[in-house]
Design a protein around this ligand. Sequence first.
Ligand SMILES: Nc1ncnc2c1ncn2[C@@H]1O[C@H](COP(=O)(O)OP(=O)(O)OP(=O)(O)O)[C@@H](O)[C@H]1O
Ligand SMILES: [Mg+2]
Length: 279
Amino acid sequence: MNIITVINAKGGCGKSTIAMNLASGLARYGHRVLLMDLDPQAQVTQWLAAGDGLTSEGTLVSALTRQQSLSEVIQPTGFENLSFVASADGLEDLGREISQTDGYPSMLTQLLAEEHIADHFDFIVIDSPNQISPIMENAIFPADVFIVPFESTKAVKSYASIYKLLVKLRSSGDFRMLHVLSNLTRLPGLRKRVLTLLQDDGIAAARSEIRSCGWMAQVDENGGSIFHYRPLSKGAQDMAALVEEVRDLFSNGPQAHPEASTTSPDMVMSQEAAETTSA
Ligand SMILES: Nc1ncnc2c1ncn2[C@@H]1O[C@H](COP(=O)(O)OP(=O)(O)OP(=O)(O)O)[C@@H](O)[C@H]1O
Ligand SMILES: [Mg+2]
């Protein structure tokens, strides 16, 4: 099982958008995917209508407090191969409480191991909060790959604090990074400034970029992913490229589940070629 955490300490840089659509894109390849909302804002939870963001029952809050097992709070999504663990705002208080407990950054990792979640999923995709917190540390601890979105020069600056935390929590360095330009506006020179800042810090950008796309900004209101909502948009093309890049990272990566759909996103996109074009 491979765990991908989408992270940065900058609000609005595209974490939830990438987490939701990446999870969906991987599921469309037939991989068994578990998407986990670790953000107390519960953005993805509301996106998927998987909770109201307030009630802790049936969410990660109940699992971390051992009121329910993790398996009990895994919900189906209505999309083939995609399961979900919801968040609730109680996660924020819980974060403060667990910070007094020894070994708190590994609480989620322990739950995943105890309940043999790896037997049931090929990928876990974690959406993390934008604040450095004990909950964010739990999102960092089990990850094999971190996806860091940059939508501004501020996001590049925020990354420094995240990177320090990564190095502290994962000193063995057994993780990989994808630094992804995301939703950059057409503000003159912005793209160049972001790239220059990254280069100055020796940070290589991923080969895929999630361009700003009007359909992508609306997809959460429609409940599904960009692949369902606007399969021919540039948002869907960019997300498909990111899904490929993630799959390539795991060179002997997980094979599609034998019983799962064999339709690739490319095939779906060509079948739907008569539909709406890019936003
Ligand atoms: N590629 C894109 N094109 C257009 N709009 C986008 C794109 N990516 C994200 N957005 C929009 O930008 C806003 C912020 O994105 P998102 O919620 O994914 O960021 P976030 O990093 O999860 O924010 P937060 O830190 O608050 O959790 C949302 O309104 C989203 O719809
Ligand atoms: Mg978010």
